[in-house]
Ligand binder design. Structure first.
Ligand SMILES: O=P(O)(O)OC[C@H]1O[C@H](OP(=O)(O)OP(=O)(O)O)[C@H](O)[C@@H]1O
Ligand SMILES: O=c1cc[nH]c(=O)[nH]1
Ligand SMILES: [Mg+2]
Length: 216
């Protein structure tokens, strides 16, 4: 299942336009904050699909009956570009457990790349709702590899992926390998370059959030 959050008119459309905009991208703080806001909206939308318990709350004037989340999710993210989006999810799921994974494109001299995974910090995932934040779903290779890695930490009850911009081929690749995951995205773009960049996309999300890195 794919939910494109910009299908309906909302402020999120403006934030997606800003993270794509060459001029606005010069303001790194706004770039990160817009990703965070997209994460906040995604958290709110996902929260509508989760199970709730009824609880009694004592007010100064009496007892109120409320609906409270049965269990907080596990929020996972892929370093580095995932961090601001993850923070947005954490702002709303503020008692969540968290997982961090390092996955990056290791480039070869011929321009090809493979996904390198070398660090994971993760709670037990058995029977948990897991939400993975990564702003760019391009080929989908990072997410599929991350999910394979995460499965060593337990079998989640549900897996959600939150991304700012998803590419059609990447969505298809993820669903071929992980048919049950739900993808929540801020926009869907159709084109992918030979080097794996989304068009029109936004460029390199990690560099725009945190600065250029040396090629590895
Ligand atoms: O769908 P894929 O083709 O796997 O590409 C998407 C990945 O590329 C970006 O990370 P990048 O490797 O640029 O690392 P960074 O966050 O450190 O910049 C992005 O944050 C995803 O993790
Ligand atoms: O377009 C893309 C593809 C992968 N990673 C990015 O940051 N941008
Ligand atoms: Mg990058």
């Amino acid at each position: 299942m794919v939910v494109n959050l910009s299908k309906h008119f909302s402020l999120l459309n403006q934030w997606v336009a800003e993270i794509r905009d060459l001029e606005v991208q010069q303001d790194r703080m706004r770039f990160r904050r817009n990703l965070e806001r997209i994460g906040e909206v995604a958290a709110y939308e996902i929260s509508k699909t989760l199970p709730y318990d009824t609880s009694e709350t004592q007010t100064p004037m009496g007892t109120a009956t409320s609906k409270v989340l049965q269990q907080q999710p596990v929020l996972a993210t892929i370093l580095r570009a995932g961090l601001p989006l993850h923070q947005g999810l954490l702002n709303y799921f503020d008692r969540a457990d968290n997982a961090f994974i390092s996955a990056y494109r290791k480039h070869q001299p011929d321009g090809s790349f493979e996904i390198s995974l070398d660090y994971i910090s993760c709670p037990d995932l058995d029977n948990r709702v897991v939400i993975i934040a990564d702003p760019m779903l391009a080929t989908g290779a990072s997410l599929v590899k991350t999910l394979q890695y995460l499965r060593d930490e337990g079998e989640p009850k549900e897996i959600h992926i939150v991304t700012a911009i998803a590419c059609t081929v990447g969505i298809e690749y993820v669903h071929r390998n992980e048919p049950n995951v739900r993808i929540w995205c801020g926009a869907v773009d159709d084109e992918l370059t030979a080097k794996g960049y989304i068009v029109p996309g936004l460029g390199d999300a990690g560099d725009l959030a945190y600065g250029n890195k040396q090629q590895s």
